[in-house]
Ligand binder design. Structure first.
Ligand SMILES: NC(=O)c1ccc[n+]([C@@H]2O[C@H](COP(=O)([O-])OP(=O)(O)OC[C@H]3O[C@@H](n4cnc5c(N)ncnc54)[C@H](OP(=O)(O)O)[C@@H]3O)[C@@H](O)[C@H]2O)c1
Length: 248
């Protein structure tokens, strides 16, 4: 019996580590062709090689999601190689949190560029193909921080609230084209995400929190697989999940 994942062509941004890598492994095992995008080409090349050796189908395309032309190249490579694009997972993101008064303006810019504009560029690259196909599935990655704001996390939370808003607008607009939309909002998941926090005191707090609470990245992979595996007439629009022990 089909799992509604096998044979699908799935583009994943931020596939070089964490949630994106876990999703790629899981979906490849379920029979999807995965097309991996991230800046660290060595990582995605190695992952694609490993998945292929295990009998999967995988392609790696070095991609910086802040460059609209590179995101288009990633999606177009999927269509050129595999004939279509069934799913895009706009997952690339970063979380260099700090209180606003520390004025880490470069980091604010990077979060806006990757977490918001990177998602928009993924939508822009995939939408023309999906409209033509009259089928597709756009999965955007928000966060618990897309639902709750805490002191010290204003900019990251703003970017993740933006992903929720974009996803809801997209959901309403793509109905005529038979395109499904899902926004997934994880709580603390053990990945490299806290490693990019530049303020030592904030980083120390996050590492302590993640060591105590974070759950494995395959939690995200299962959520993605659940949304994709539904019958085509079923559109799972939002998934919010946390470690059982996480209160915030
Ligand atoms: N882990 C959590 O607790 C958690 C919770 C809620 C939401 N999230 C969200 O989940 C997503 C994935 O994060 P993660 O936890 O898996 O962290 P991660 O291990 O640090 O992975 C982040 C991924 O984003 C990619 N990336 C960053 N900047 C990029 C750019 N300019 N162009 C292309 N790719 C870029 C990185 O690849 P390269 O560096 O190789 O480019 C990496 O593959 C993010 O959107 C994050 O906000 C995570």
């Amino acid at each position: 019996m089909s799992n509604n994942i096998a044979g699908k062509v799935v583009v994943i941004t931020g596939a070089s580590s964490g949630l994106g890598e876990a999703a790629a492994r899981h979906l490849a095992r379920e029979g999807a062709s995965v097309v991996l995008g991230a800046r660290r080409a060595d990582r995605i090349d190695a992952l694609a090689g490993e998945l292929a050796r295990d009998g999967g189908r995988a392609l790696a395309v070095a991609t910086d999601v802040t460059d609209v032309a590179q995101v288009k190249r990633l999606v177009d490579a999927a269509v050129a190689t595999c004939g279509r694009i069934d799913v895009i997972i706009n997952n690339a993101g970063l979380m260099p949190q700090s209180p606003l008064e520390r004025l880490k303006i470069d980091e604010w810019d990077r979060m806006i560029d990757v977490n918001i504009k990177g998602v928009l560029y993924g939508i822009a690259a995939a939408l023309p193909h999906m409209k033509r196909q009259k089928a597709g599935h756009i999965i955007n990655v928000s966060s618990v921080a897309g639902h709750k704001v805490r002191a010290g996390g204003a900019v990251y939370a703003a970017t993740k609230h933006a992903v929720l808003a974009l996803s809801e607008g997209l959901r309403q607009e793509v109905k005529p084209y038979n395109i499904r939309t899902t926004v997934i909002s994880p709580g603390a998941v053990a990945t490299e995400l806290p490693d990019r926090i530049s303020e030592p005191d904030v980083a120390a707090d996050f590492h302590k929190f993640y060591e105590a609470f974070a759950i494995p990245a395959d939690s995200f992979a299962r959520a993605v697989a659940f949304a994709i595996a539904q019958p085509e007439e079923v559109d799972i629009n939002e998934i919010l999940y946390r470690p059982t022990r996480q209160e915030m």
